[in-house]
Design a protein around this ligand. Structure first.
Ligand SMILES: [Zn+2]
Length: 477
């Protein structure tokens, strides 16, 4: 039996791990590498294995860095089943169509740049750009095909993946529908228990149940995103959000702009705002979600109250029964509506993507409101290097938006404590009970400066067989 890793080794995107036994191959996730446009295109353009040889996929959750290549797998001949929870399938539908759109515009952008280079306009970048026109990695029709392959399974329900391998999902408490996978493979009369954490969540997150504890196993594949970091408490994040809303109400004008990821973060913010209004912790303010993707994802979350923790279920009932928050919440659909919002003088909270201020409608809001002292920008997520979000977080001014230099007069408030991943302590708490069994441990989904110190700590806690694998090498298990 062999394991190979095809992404997210020393990084946090492109998760894809393959389990082979006999003549069968099963993937844990099939994610897209995400980074700079051209490098991403090149790294995603081919598979390091034959998609036709893959018999099934065990899908941990819907985030694109874990699911974004499923349509490409289907496009290149994969005929098997994609096993996932029902909510993962529903969120994947929303996210994969959106991803297909982005991939089409990425290919167009690269082709345009290449045409300009060849015509002698635009900067020359040597032979970096491809010689022929690029096709999008996949299109809407490939998403249609991939969606027909989904086989939904409730948490806790065993199912056969291929002969000799069964599996079941457990709640990972990361985003709606997220799972860690427990698999049992039987080969030559020997049973091997494999646990794959996917993205492991944290306790006391809004809406979601706490992650279920891991079970003893022979092989553990674990994420290490925050293997070297501790998060501020969720309570600190909530209090910071409420203080910013109170400041907006006190000013009586301007904006509270919150760049947020469409899936997970946006719904958590809405939930906390609703709870704050119902409990009287913050005054009822107008809240606008200005992102079609976030609107669709919010609908999926609203369709799955069966997955909420008891507190969230009670809050959801309250939201339906009491008008205080509901009547002040709106979702814009058209670009015109979004632009009209900028001319509306009334104070409001605007939640818009992208979470790092790189693309999307948040840019229009920033262009309009950054130069006003009546604006506050709440940074609620991780901001990667070279992004506008990072420059704002670091206090850079002026910043360029749509080619124009904008003086930053708005207040910028970094607000940590909203992460959906377990931090170092959370991961150690989940893994340490497994130490007496001393499983083979494979550390993935983490930068090396996170997974190396985490490896040392695991050894200190009694794990003797810990690996930080690199791409493609086969490991016999
Ligand atoms: Zn994730």
């Amino acid at each position: 039996m062999q394991l190979r890793f095809f992404g997210a080794t020393g990084g946090t995107t492109g998760s894809c791990h393959a389990l082979s036994f006999g003549d069968r191959t099963v993937l844990f996730d099939c994610g897209l590498y995400q980074g700079r446009r051209q490098e991403s295109y090149e790294r995603n353009a081919r598979f390091a294995f034959d998609p036709k040889s893959v018999d099934a996929v065990l899908q941990s959750h819907a985030h694109i860095d874990h699911s974004g290549k499923l349509p490409m797998l289907a496009r290149h001949g994969f005929r098997g089943a994609i096993h996932a929870t029902p909510a993962t399938r529903d969120l994947a539908r929303v996210l994969l169509y959106d991803c297909a759109k982005i991939l089409e515009s990425d290919a167009e952008h690269l082709n345009r740049r290449r045409a300009e280079e060849h015509a002698g306009r635009g900067p020359r970048r040597g032979d970096l750009l491809p010689q022929a026109d690029l096709e999008p990695l996949y299109v809407r029709e490939d998403v249609d095909t991939a969606l027909t392959r989904f086989r939904p399974h409730a948490y806790g329900e065993w199912f056969d993946v291929v002969p000799g391998l069964r599996a079941r999902f457990h709640d990972a408490g990361h985003i709606l529908g997220s799972a860690w996978v427990e698999a049992e493979a039987i080969e030559g009369g020997r049973t091997t228990r494999i646990v794959f954490t996917g993205d492991y969540g944290r306790r006391a997150q809004p809406i979601l149940r706490d992650p279920e504890p891991l079970v003893p196993c022979d092989v553990l594949i674990t994420e290490t995103t925050y293997g070297n970091r501790s998060h501020p408490s969720a309570q600190e994040g909530t209090e910071g959000l409420y203080e910013a809303v109170r400041r907006l109400a006190q000013r009586g004008r301007g904006r509270l702009l919150i760049p947020a990821f469409a899936v997970g973060r946006t719904q958590n913010l809405l939930y906390l705002l609703a709870r704050g209004v119902h409990a009287g912790a913050i005054p009822p303010v107008r809240v606008v979600v200005d992102s079609p993707l976030a609107t669709q994802a919010t609908q999926v979350v609203a369709d799955h109250p069966d997955l909420y923790d008891p507190e969230a279920l009670a809050e959801f009932r309250r939201y339906e029964a009491e008008p205080a928050f509901r009547t002040r919440l709106s979702f814009t659909s058209s670009v015109e509506e979004s632009k009209a919002l900028n001319r509306d003088p009334r104070p409001c909270v605007v939640i818009a993507a992208s979470g790092m201020c790189e693309t999307g409608r948040i840019l229009h809001h920033l262009a309009w409101h950054l130069e006003s002292t009546d604006t506050e920008i709440l940074i609620v997520g991780f901001q990667a290097e070279h992004t506008l979000g990072r420059r704002l977080q670091e206090g850079t001014s002026p910043v360029r938006i749509f080619g124009r230099a904008c003086e930053v007069r708005a207040r910028v408030t970094p607000m940590l404590g909203f992460s959906a991943h377990a931090d170092r302590e959370g991961l150690l708490e989940a893994l340490t009970p497994l130490a007496p069994g001393d499983p083979r441990v494979f550390l993935v989904h983490g930068e090396d400066d996170a997974r190396r110190p985490f490896e040392v700590e695991l050894r200190r806690r009694g794990f003797t067989r810990v690996e930080a694998p690199s791409d493609s090498r086969a490991w016999t298990i």
